[in-house]
Structures are given as C-alpha cells and as structure tokens.
Design a protein around this ligand. Structure first.
Ligand SMILES: *Cc1c(COP(=O)(O)O)cnc(C)c1O
Length: 350
C-alpha cells in the first residue's frame, strides 16, 4: 500500500522564484527602496511592545482604519489579508462554487488561474489583443458566453505593464452580473483607480498590496476593498487570525506615514521613466529588441527575438530579471542597478 496524491496535486510544482544569490534583483517588481532605512527605530519599538502571547486582532481594525485614511475610504469597506495572494485564494474558494466558471485574461498574473484550478472551478482564459491591450466589449461578451461568475484581472497588468482606463473598467463592472475583482497592485504608479467608487457597486472587489509601491513585500500585507455585503462575506470566509501581530504593528507604522507612498512613487517612477527611455533608445539600435511596451507600472515589459538567452546571459552577470516566453520583464531598480543592467544589455544584444 502506498499513499497517492490526487491528480490536482500530483501535477503541481512549488512556486519557484529565482533562487541563488544575485548582485542585482530586478525580477520580482519589488520596490528598490528599503523601509528599514526610514523606520528601523519605530519598527523596533512596536515589535518590542507586542503581546507575543496573545492572538492578533482578527479583523486588524486599527490597521484597516489607517489604510482607509491613507486612501480616503471608509474603514467599513476594508479587509486586511496576508498579502493579496491570500485574499485572492479566499475569494476564489468562497465566491465560486465547485465547477462554476471564472474568467481570466492571458497574459496576466498567474496566481488567479492557479487558485481557480486548486478550488476546482472552471477557468476560462481570454487572450488579450495582439498588442496586449484589453477590449472591454470582448470581455463582456466572453463573460456572457462562458456564464462566468467571477472575472479577475490586474490593472495595470503584471506582466504586460499596460493599463485599462477607469472608464473601461467601470463599463465591464456595469455590464455584467459576475463578480469583478480588480487587482490594483500597481495602481499607485498610475491614475486610473476605481478604489474610491468600488463600494458603490454590488459586484466589485478591488485588491491593494503593500508589496509594491509601499515597499513592504517582506511583511505580507494586502487589502480588499468592497461594499459592506462583500466585505462581511470575506471576513467570514478568511481564516480568523490571518494577519499576524508583527505585520499589523509594522503595517500601522508604515501606513501612518502620510507622505511615504508619495515619496516612494516619485522616486520609483523617476527610475522607471529613465529606464524606459534608455531601453527605447537601445531598441532603435538593437534588432534583438522587438518592442518596449509603454509602462504604467514600476517595471518594463519587452518583446525580444530571443528572451531566454538574454535572460541567461544577464544571470551570468549576476543580474536577475524575469523571462516569460518571448518577453523580458524588468523591474525598475536604483540608478546604479539600472546603469549596470543597461551596460550589460548593451554588451549582450545585437
Ligand atoms: C505582486 C502582485 C501582487 C501582490 O501580492 P502580495 O501577495 O500582496 O505580495 C498581487 N497581484 C499582482 C498582479 C502582483 O503583481
């Protein structure tokens, strides 16, 4: 006798971020600014004063209140989560019943489909247009055809770096009975958020994360914003103490800084814009680059003749970027990191 994994697990492989030590990490869309430089003392202080023997606040009330203030929202519409990854799983597991259909786009963030499969939903995937944009009418038609109960997508998109206008997002929301989950992980870098109107709809959840513009990927903290009914449903469906006390305490310190986000976004966008301009200039001289997409995020998406070998050549120089089929996705780094990347790319590319 031997134990057999079921077939949905047997074919799964653990998520594998790039492993190994690399001098320059531009592969995971993190902020290149380290918050410890600003907050070390305050972090030490709140951690030293924690009740380590007690469970954390199950609803992270204080943290949600501070997040709500930061984005001018009502705290009633906010659910905190252990990274947005966790709440994506909770939403798929609880708002869909087994066998019901969810619609995703391709290319888009791979975790959506992952949770769909895991929770035994039917995952339908609509390919984006040839230029990697999203057509709102096509999405609406596909929602109708597939009878999808849930539509989830990132805006702006990881990995394409492109955004869908607020007008088009609202058109989709208003044109369907499906639950629309808008993952605004990168929206701090762009200006087409629907955050301030999300709670007015009965079929919208907006996701935010502290992992990108906020520069706090280490603490695993995300938020879902939705009307009271959906917020209550998420609170009931999530595990009780999902956001640990260390994260709540440190998150409160970070989100209490009224201008942090603004400062970080300004620096990161300066880096991104400079990198984008340099890569566009390089594309004019190097036939290895097919297209540099116009980024609404903190990373650049590039179509290459042979992305895989460029990726491997960069790794040899201890520079990690992300390779996705015929594309490279490169996170904007510090000035020195960008300079080093451009220097090596200049050597590698024809
Ligand atoms: C990085 C990212 C997230 C953030 O996930 P966390 O679990 O909060 O770190 C969510 N959605 C997209 C599209 C991302 O790229």
């Amino acid at each position: 006798m031997s134990y057999q994994l079921n077939d949905k697990l047997a074919s799964l492989v653990p998520y594998q971020p790039i492993s190994g030590e690399y001098k320059i990490r531009l592969d995971a869309n993190e902020s290149y600014l380290n918050l410890a430089d600003v907050f070390a003392e305050r972090f030490a202080n709140v951690v030293a004063n924690l009740d380590f023997n007690r469970y954390p606040d199950p609803y992270a009330v204080k943290l949600c209140k501070i997040f709500a203030e930061r984005y001018s929202l009502s705290p009633d519409f906010i659910t905190a989560s252990n990274g947005s990854d966790e709440i994506i799983g909770v939403i798929v597991a609880s708002f869909l019943k087994k066998g019901e259909t969810m619609l995703t786009l391709a290319p888009d963030f791979s975790m959506y489909g992952f949770y769909g499969e895991m929770y035994e939903c039917k995952v339908e995937t609509l390919n984006k247009e040839d230029d990697l944009t999203i057509n709102a009418d096509t999405v609406l038609q596909t929602l109708k055809n597939t009878k999808a109960r849930l539509f989830i997508f990132s805006n702006p998109c990881n990995p394409t770096s492109l955004g869908l206008s607020r007008e088009d997002v609202l058109k989709i929301i208003q044109g369907t009975d499906a639950l629309v989950v808008v993952d605004e992980a990168y929206m701090d870098f762009w200006d087409q958020s629907i955050l301030n109107t999300a709670s007015e709809y009965d079929n919208v959840i907006v996701l935010k994360t502290c992992s990108k513009a906020m520069g706090a990927a280490a603490i695993r903290l995300g938020f879902a914003i939705a009307n009271k009914t959906l917020t209550n449903a998420m609170s009931a469906a999530k595990s009780p103490y999902n956001v640990n006390a260390l994260t709540q305490a440190v998150g409160e310190v970070i989100l209490s800084d009224k201008t942090l986000l603004q400062r970080q976004v300004k620096d990161i966008l300066n880096s991104k814009n400079a990198l984008q301009a340099s890569l566009c200039a390089m594309a004019k001289e190097k036939s290895d680059i097919i297209k540099v997409y116009n980024s609404c995020t903190n990373f650049i998406f590039i179509k290459m003749v042979d992305a895989k070998s460029v990726y491997a050549a960069l790794l040899k120089k201890s520079i990690a970027v992300r390779c996705m089929g015929q594309y490279l996705r490169i996170t904007a780094g510090s000035d020195e990191e960008n300079k080093e990347l451009l220097k090596e790319l200049n050597h590698i590319l024809q």
